[in-house]
Design a protein around this ligand. Structure first.
Ligand code: NAI
Length: 297
């Protein structure tokens, strides 16, 4: 989507960190903004700062796990701006702790926001984006925020890893599904970025409280490790520039941390080494199916 001026971006988790930096970058490119977030206080401050800059902005209180609220937010966005061209499924939370110490509530909260929020964004807005595409030219672009934790897994990150691997996988499928419809897809996989992510518990609903001393201790220990890692973190503005260029050039992989390439290389090498030699007959059948031909029986 080369020309962004006048187009509409809908950003979840847009009141802080990477989402807010994206909003800034999109506003500088002349876009109209729908900023949705569960944090009402942060949202109010963001609304004021954009109004001061004369940017057309609609701020919406939205918990991305709430499907009815998401549909209502989409209605508000279309009533205000008439379209959504760029959907950024960005809202996310982090919770650390080894998998033998986390709780069901940890799983439900993190998967609910990080995966469920992306699913709800796609289910709610994609039909409308496709519809608008049929009537008014190219329909737009979807950016899903995953993480380097969606490409490489490690101790203490299992719940978060599971959520971000899911976002990478669904984004790869989405790219293939939407290619015929003129809707681009990108998956954003940053490493450490200086944001509020390590303070995610601020947005944890009471009904998802961990309520388990051992899990709390494990999370605290992992958080201390992540705080130390944050010393290598980059600014969210840098990530937002990568997103902006990626949307313009319709790039799928949006990567901001080249220093983490060896981690992905090591995982990929182990994976590739684990393959044996293919059976020639099965290989030929598979190739025929994949090229759209009927396999010989
Ligand atoms: P952040 O904490 O600064 O921003 C996240 C925003 O999401 C906050 O405004 C928060 O209120 C909102 N949010 C949380 N739960 C929500 C819900 N249920 N519904 C709606 N909004 C909700 O953190 P950051 O880093 O900007 O996070 C953005 C995305 O980037 C997340 O998906 C995160 O997993 C991902 N990420 C962050 C990295 C980092 O090092 N900061 C690295 C890789 C990925």
């Amino acid at each position: 989507m080369q020309n962004l001026a006048g187009k509409v971006a809908f950003i979840t988790g847009g009141a802080s960190g990477i989402g807010l930096a994206m909003a800034d970058a999109f506003a500088d490119s002349g876009m109209k903004l729908v900023i949705a977030d569960v944090d009402t206080e942060a949202l109010a401050a963001v609304a004021q700062s954009f109004r001061g800059r004369n940017v057309p902005v609609l701020t919406l209180e939205l918990d991305v796990t709430d499907r009815a609220a998401f549909a209502a937010a989409a209605d508000r966005a279309y009533a205000e701006f008439g379209a959504v061209h760029l959907l950024c499924n960005n809202a996310g939370v982090y919770r650390g702790g080894a998998l033998d110490r986390v709780t069901f509530e940890d799983w439900d909260w993190v998967l609910g926001v990080n995966v469920g929020g992306v699913v709800n964004g796609i289910q709610t807005l994609l039909p409308r984006m496709r519809e608008q595409g049929r009537s008014k030219g190219p329909a737009g672009h979807i950016v899903n925020t995953a993480s380097m934790a969606g490409l490489s897994a490690g101790a203490g990150l299992g719940v978060y890893n599971a959520s971000k691997y899911a976002v990478v996988g669904l984004s790869e499928a989405l790219r293939a599904d939407l290619a015929p419809h003129g809707i681009g897809v990108s998956v954003l996989c940053p490493g450490m970025v200086r944001t509020g992510i390590l303070d995610s518990e601020r947005n944890r609903p009471a009904e998802r409280a961990a309520d388990d001393a051992e899990a709390e201790q494990a999370a605290r220990e992992h958080n201390a490790f992540m705080q130390a890692m944050m010393a290598s973190g980059i600014d969210a503005d840098h990530v937002a520039r990568i997103v902006l260029e990626g949307v313009r050039d319709n790039r799928f992989w949006l990567l901001s941390h080249p220093e983490m390439k060896p981690m992905v290389e090591a995982r990929s090498a182990e994976l590739l080494d684990a393959f044996g030699e293919p059976d020639p007959e099965r290989l030929a059948t598979l190739q025929q199916v994949l090229s759209g031909l009927q396999p010989d029986s």
